[in-house]
Ligand binder design. Sequence first.
Ligand SMILES: [Zn+2]
Length: 332
Amino acid sequence: MTSHFPTTITFLLILVLLLSNSASASAANDTGPATPSECDAASLGECYNKPEALRLKLIAIGTILVASMIGVCLPLFSRAVPALRPDRNLFVIVKAFASGVILATGYMHVLPDSFENLSSPCLPKNPWSKFPFTAFVAMLSAIFTLMVDSLMLTFYNRRKLDADGKDAQEAVLLRNRIIAQVLEMGIIVHSVVIGLAMGASQNPCTIRPLVAALCFHQLFEGMGLGGCILQAEYGIKMKAILAFFFATTTPFGVALGIGLSNVYRDNSPTALIVIGLLNASSAGLLNYMALVDLLATDFMGPKLQGSVKLQLWAYLAVLLGSGGMSLMAKWA
Ligand SMILES: [Zn+2]
């Protein structure tokens, strides 16, 4: 399974490359088409204070790292509690909460961000205002996720034909593991981008409240991802890698933003298009996976179908998870 992991790193490297490329491109070519004045230069504002902003950003790197670590490890350590074994009711509730968080990440964070990016006044009206690119890319991404999902199922069902039931169990486990890794991929785009926005800002008045908001954001999202990693039943080493990787993405985004803060502008056309399209595709992926692979699988499965009471408790957990994560959308 570790073979899937390098793809995540490759993906991050490509993101960095694209963004640094967009930074140098926008620095070299400031005379684009006629755009509103706020697109031309980073607005300095009355709160502009570079050393103070840097101090806050360094604090943010540390605190966000700790908050994400706690969030993602909380569900993982719950394994020590006997009531949280996969066959217990409480496990189903924790998972429903986690699925709710992932669903809200897709609908309330990533999708609106993409709409905001791609409908920015800093982009040329043609074609960006002529066609709903966000919705289109999110739809294609959902179809693509379904395609990968169904083709993989076919592949494992075929292999299962010449084996016994033990292999079927293995297929379910493998599927859960792939879900956990793909979810992490879908989440990190957003995690890097919110860190990047903070890292590139020189305004302590906006950074200060954002430090706390991002800590809660990552704590909550970490719990969502942790719940899905828990289900994948990884060994301690792989769990640690996935947790560490999630925890470092936002601090990495902040550091990247600091490093690029002289050249990077989050309203340059290239940055808006790259981030907008990435957000749209991860929104499609997250929405599909949260609804189909996580929620529908559990709610239509034998465990929850067997008990109305448990189903209602699970819905409460979904509402709590998605509600909490929706609240975070107020800040980042
Ligand atoms: Zn967010």
